[in-house]
Structures are given as C-alpha cells and as structure tokens.
Design a protein around this ligand. Sequence first.
Ligand code: DQA
Length: 145
Amino acid sequence: ASILVLHGPNLNLLGEREPEVYGHTTLHDINARLEEIARERGHHLLSMQSNAEYELVERVQDARHEGVNFILINPAAFTHTSVALRDALAAVAIPFIEIHLSNVHAREEFRQHSFFSDLAVGVICGLGAQGYELGLQAAINQLDQ
Ligand code: DQA
C-alpha cells in the first residue's frame, strides 16, 4: 500500500531547532528510517514537508487521486490553527495518525488543543522521532489486516 508522511512548518529545521525539545534527529534521517521500515514490510512511503498551509492542503487533496491508503501527519504549529488542513483530511477520508515529537500536553496552554485529534485514528506525542516509527508500524498493521 501507499503511505504518505506529511511534516508541517519548521520541521525542516529538525536537528538544529530547539534540540532540547525536538531532539537531534534530522527530518532527512526520520524520512530515511520510515522509508526503510515501509520497504521491509512491502509498502511504499512518500513524504513531504512544507511551511505553507495551502501546499499541505493541496498535497492531502492530491493523495486521494494517487490512491494513498494511509497518512502520518505532524501538522506542527498548524495543529493548533488550521481548520483548512483539518477539512482537507476530512474531505479525502484517508485514515491518518497524528504525531508530535514533543509532549504537547506538558507545554504551553495553546498547544493543548488540536484541530486533528478527534478525526485521527490515533495520536502519538512526546516520544521524539521514535513516534514516527511507532505510527508507521501501527499504520502498516492496520493496512495488513
Ligand atoms: C510539534 C508541536 C507543535 O506544538 C509545534 O508547533 C511544532 C512541533 C511537535 O512535533 O512536537 O512545530 O508538532
């Protein structure tokens, strides 16, 4: 099956961005590891990062026509702001898992609310880069059922 990983704004800076909060692993390393896991288990992984809300919305819209079966998404700051990205995921009705590197519940008040969690199959936060791997394994388990 085809799995799409979407990374929201500022995640291109992973590794150098507040490493005490977000860790030392780069986005390239995360994507490479996910591609390896997907390949080992006979699936195909696509990934995309954007700092622009409309690009993420369009990527989600295109996913339906491409036959994407599952989405892993870290909407980053758009988690707390984007009705547009939420609506795009609802529109395409592709199952998705929401991932955050940091434990958003242990941080500022404005990070406590997500526009995505009630639509998500599941939510992973606070486990750093490992959260993406766990999310991918869960997605593959569902797809293989
Ligand atoms: C984040 C948490 C968000 O609150 C923040 O805006 C991010 C990253 C995380 O992965 O922990 O950019 O989604």
